[in-house]
Design a protein around this ligand. Structure first.
Ligand SMILES: [Zn+2]
Length: 480
């Protein structure tokens, strides 16, 4: 059973062939998975959709189905998990495989003495992953099955290694994970990627798990040459402290950023700081992923190559334009060459999001063989995670913004500030890449507020103000 393409297949298969196989999985997913997802069973009924008429991704638009907003998903994530009918699960699963021309896999299940175990692995949710929301406490949760966690995700992470590491010719590859430890996709993906691809995985974590001082002391002794973490942390904490503590790192180091947008100057900054601790050749790569895209992690193959969609059998990712939205759904939309990302999970069971409006905007999507790695993988450039709050409100139904690639819920910042009894009024202002928090109080509580946001990835700049200055009765809680 093909749950992912190997790197050889990604080189060999044409874009047409990949799309054909994606559509086969889409068709099987519509027939044998989505009807067992409470939200979609209801949606299909409401829109008069016979799942057997859905044969290709374009049908989602042509048959008048809407896109689902994040706010709608977040209201009841449990309604998006496949709940197979135990009475028909075996017959359904065989049909699901047959519909994808996976006759060998179907025969294997039928002849197996361990049918129950196979089905359990394929259908029972095993692991909860999150992405985003480190700031807001409102991350997006998604359930992976054992099949997806142990087989698909690991398969995809192995491809990541095969894609990136051949160009990185260090004799011994020692990996250090400096993502904050949490049930967050970033830490887990990096941890397993290093387990699979490095000779030695130091199994570290940043955030509250290990203080930066200790990570630096360890790095000074063990000389890691694959260091994975968020660009902000690498630039503002990890490397400055490495310089301060006068440790040295190997001559060649591969830095990998993920979970937040890395701008080109930040890439240079990491290399520049690394030079000060003895790194003559720093390669800084970027990664894109989101829990809603599940195993579809998208690496660069070399700096600036665009993000490679190397797991097209996990999630179909397309861009769309939007012309009308209600509070819950986007009811007038169309596929477009670039624009807002929409996704359809076709990776089996667990959480299934189909016709899901991701919200990130892709400047350019290229469906051509990559000149660097020769992979026939869709490549995405210019992922804009900073969007107009208003547009986002209209589209996703949440006042949420990504600042420096981190999803920030502006409304939650205001709420948190207002939770202090001394705060009379608060206003959150989004300025380009900064968040400012104005507060009104009779007491001196600036420090207290700063402490309140000390653990946040994006700390708002805290400024005392007066009600008059904030516009008194016409006060806007959130300004952009
Ligand atoms: Zn490439």
């Amino acid at each position: 059973m093909h749950e992912y393409f190997t790197i050889e297949q990604l080189r060999k298969y044409s874009f047409e062939k990949i799309k054909r196989i994606q559509d086969l999985r889409f068709k099987a997913t519509c027939r044998y998975m989505l009807p067992y997802v409470p939200f979609y069973a209801e949606l299909f009924k409401k829109y008069g959709i016979d799942p057997f008429n859905m044969t290709k991704i374009e049908d989602w638009h042509d048959k008048g189905l809407p896109l689902i907003k994040k706010a709608t998903y977040m209201k009841k994530p449990e309604d998006f998990i496949v709940e197979p009918d135990i009475k028909t699960i075996l017959a359904n699963h065989i049909a699901y495989l047959d519909n994808q021309d996976e006759y060998g896999a179907a025969a294997h299940v039928l002849l197996s003495l361990h049918k129950k175990e196979i089905l359990q692995k394929y259908y029972a949710p095993k692991m909860l992953i999150f992405s985003g929301g480190t700031e807001t406490g409102n991350p997006v949760p998604v359930m992976l099955t054992a099949e997806q966690k142990f087989d698909t995700l690991m398969g995809v992470l192995k491809i990541v290694g095969e894609l990136i590491l051949p160009k990185f010719d260090a004799e011994q590859k020692i990996g250090m994970n400096v993502f904050p430890y949490a049930p967050h996709l970033g830490w887990h993906a990096v941890h397993h990627a290093l387990d699979l691809n490095a000779d030695l995985n130091l199994c570290t974590a940043a955030g509250g798990a290990m203080p930066t001082e200790r990570l630096i002391a360890l790095a000074g002794k063990t000389k890691p040459n694959i260091i994975c973490g968020m660009s902000d942390y690498l630039r503002n904490r990890f490397l400055p402290m490495a310089i301060e503590k006068k440790i040295t790192l190997p001559e060649k180091v591969l830095f990998v950023n993920s979970a937040q947008k890395m701008h080109e100057p930040e890439r240079d900054k990491i290399a520049e700081l690394a030079r000060k601790v003895g790194v003559k050749e720093a390669t800084v790569l970027d990664f894109y992923g989101a829990s809603e895209l599940k195993e579809a992690l998208m690496p660069e193959c070399c700096p600036g190559s665009g993000f490679h969609h190397i797991a097209p059998l996990s999630t179909i990712v397309r861009t769309v334009s939007v012309s009308h939205a209600t509070e819950e759904l986007i009811d007038e939309w169309n596929f477009s060459e670039n624009g807002y990302a929409a996704s359809w999970n076709i990776d089996g069971a667990g959480t299934l999001l189909a016709g899901y409006f991701v919200g990130d905007k892709y400047e350019r999507v290229v469906n051509e063989k990559c000149p660097n790695c020769q992979l026939n993988a869709m490549r995405i450039y210019g992922i804009n995670r900073i969007r107009e709050v208003e547009a986002q409100l209209k589209l996703t139904g949440m006042v949420e913004e990504k600042v420096k690639g981190t999803r920030v819920n502006l409304a939650a910042i205001r709420e948190k500030a207002l939770s202090l009894p001394e705060v009379k009024e608060a206003q959150v202002v989004l300025k380009k890449n900064k968040v400012e928090l104005y507060f009104v109080s009779d007491k001196k509580i600036k420090e207290k507020l700063e402490k309140l946001f000390a653990g946040a990835e994006i700390k708002p700049k805290i400024i005392q103000s007066t009600l008059a200055k904030l516009g008194n009765k016409k006060l806007e809680g959130i300004k952009t």
